[in-house]
Design a protein around this ligand. Structure first.
Ligand SMILES: Cc1cc2nc3c(=O)[nH]c(=O)nc-3n(C[C@H](O)[C@H](O)[C@H](O)COP(=O)(O)O)c2cc1C
Length: 321
C-alpha cells in the first residue's frame, strides 16, 4: 500500500485528496462520499452555498460515509456565516484556499478539525506554516480553478523546503499514478486532484461540462483574468488569482477589461441564465491543463484505486533500470 505520514495524519489509506469543485452547480456530495469510501479524502465545496445549505450538505455527506472528509472555503469571497457553519459542524478537515488568516486556523482547531491550506507560492506557504496549519497544498499554475503562475514541478520542492517538516500535498496537473509518483518524488506526501474528478460518474457537473473537459487539449486552457470581474470581490487576505478555463468564444474578452466592465451586468445576466438551464459550459469551463490527458468518465472510486495502483508500480519500477 502507498502510505505516507499524511495518511496517518488524515486517517486515510491512499495519499490522494479530492480538490473541492465549487461553482454554479450542485456540490457533488456523492463524489466526496465515493472518494472517502475509496480510502482517499473527499471534499465538499462551499462556494456559492448558503450557511444553511452547507449545514445540510455536511449532514448529507455524513449519512453517506463515516470516513474522513474535508469541507472547503476560500477568500473569494470569505463568508463568515458559512465558515461559522463549517466549524460548528466540526468536519475532520477544514481546507482553505485563495487567501489566509491565522484566526481561521485557530477556529478550526478549537472545533477539533485539522486545517489544510492551499498556496501558490513558497512565501504564502511560509506564512501559513507560521499560522499553525497542519498541511499545505502547493498548487501549480497548470491547475484548474483559481490559481497562480509557477508550475507544480517548480513550486512543490520550493514549498517542501520552505515548510519542512510540515506535510505538503502537490496539486495541479495530477490525473494518473505517474503524476502521483512524481509528486512523491518532489517531496510531497500526496496529491490534490481536481480536474480528473470532474470526469467522474459522481461529479454533479453537467454532461455538457464533462464533455468539454474530455474534448479539451492541454494547450487550449488559459488563466482568464477577466472572469474575476464576474465573481464577488475577494476578501481581505486574498491571494492574487485567476481561474483557468478552456478557451472558447467567451474568452474574446481576455485583455479587454474596460469593455468587459461596461458590459458586466449583461454578461452576468447571461451567466445567471446559463446557471438556470445547465449550460454554464457554453460560457465557462473551469479545468486544468491536465484535461488534455483525461479521456474517460469513471467511477470516482476507480479513479482513486487506479492512481494508487499505478503509482505503486511506477515507484517499484524506478529502482530497476
Ligand atoms: C471546476 C473546478 C472548481 C474548483 N473549485 C474550487 C473550490 O471551490 N475551492 C478550492 O479550494 N479549489 C477549487 N478548485 C481547485 C481544485 O480543488 C484543485 O485544487 C485543482 O483542480 C487541482 O488541479 P488539477 O485541476 O490540475 O487537478 C476547483 C477546480 C475546478 C477544476
Amino acid at each position: 500500500m502507498l502510505l505516507t505520514p499524511l495518511c496517518s495524519l488524515l486517517d486515510i489509506n491512499v495519499p490522494i485528496v479530492q480538490g473541492a469543485l465549487g461553482g454554479p452547480w450542485p456540490p457533488s456530495i456523492p463524489l466526496a462520499a465515493a472518494v472517502s469510501e475509496a480510502g482517499a479524502l473527499g471534499s465538499l465545496p462551499t462556494a456559492l452555498r448558503s450557511a444553511e445549505q452547507v449545514g445540510e450538505d455536511i449532514a448529507a455527506l455524513r449519512r453517506l460515509t463515516d470516513r474522513p472528509f474535508a469541507v472547503n472555503h476560500t477568500m473569494k469571497p470569505f463568508v463568515e456565516d458559512v465558515f461559522a457553519e463549517i466549524v460548528r459542524a466540526a468536519p475532520p478537515v477544514v481546507s482553505f484556499a485563495l487567501g489566509f488568516s491565522p484566526d481561521l486556523v485557530k477556529r478550526a482547531h478549537d472545533a477539533g478539525s485539522l486545517f489544510v491550506q492551499q498556496v501558490h507560492s513558497a512565501a504564502q506557504a511560509a506564512e501559513a506554516a507560521d499560522g499553525g496549519v497542519d498541511v499545505i497544498i502547493a498548487q501549480g499554475g497548470e491547475a484548474g480553478g483559481f490559481g497562480g503562475a509557477p508550475s507544480t514541478m517548480v513550486l512543490v520542492p520550493q514549498v517542501v523546503d520552505a515548510v519542512a517538516p510540515l506535510p505538503v500535498v502537490a496539486a495541479g496537473g495530477i490525473a494518473d499514478g505517474r503524476a502521483l509518483a512524481a509528486a512523491l518524488a518532489l517531496g510531497a506526501q500526496g496529491a490534490n486532484v481536481g480536474s480528473r474528478f470532474i470526469a467522474s460518474e459522481e461529479a454533479e457537473l453537467s454532461n455538457g461540462y464533462k464533455a468539454c473537459v474530455l474534448a479539451a487539449r492541454s494547450d487550449e486552457t488559459l488563466r482568464a483574468d477577466f472572469i474575476n470581474h464576474l465573481v464577488p470581490p475577494s476578501s481581505e487576505g486574498a491571494y492574487p488569482a485567476a481561474p483557468r478555463v478552456v478557451q472558447n468564444a467567451f474568452e474574446e474578452w481576455q485583455g479587454r477589461d474596460n469593455e468587459f466592465q461596461a458590459m458586466r451586468d449583461k454578461i452576468a445576466d447571461r451567466m445567471r441564465a446559463a446557471m438556470r438551464d445547465g449550460t454554464v459550459h457554453e460560457l465557462m469551463v473551469i479545468t486544468g491543463e491536465v484535461a488534455g490527458s483525461i479521456d474517460e468518465i469513471l467511477p470516482a472510486g476507480d479513479i482513486v484505486r487506479r492512481m494508487a495502483t499505478e503509482a505503486e508500480a511506477v515507484l517499484r519500477g524506478l529502482g530497476r533500470t
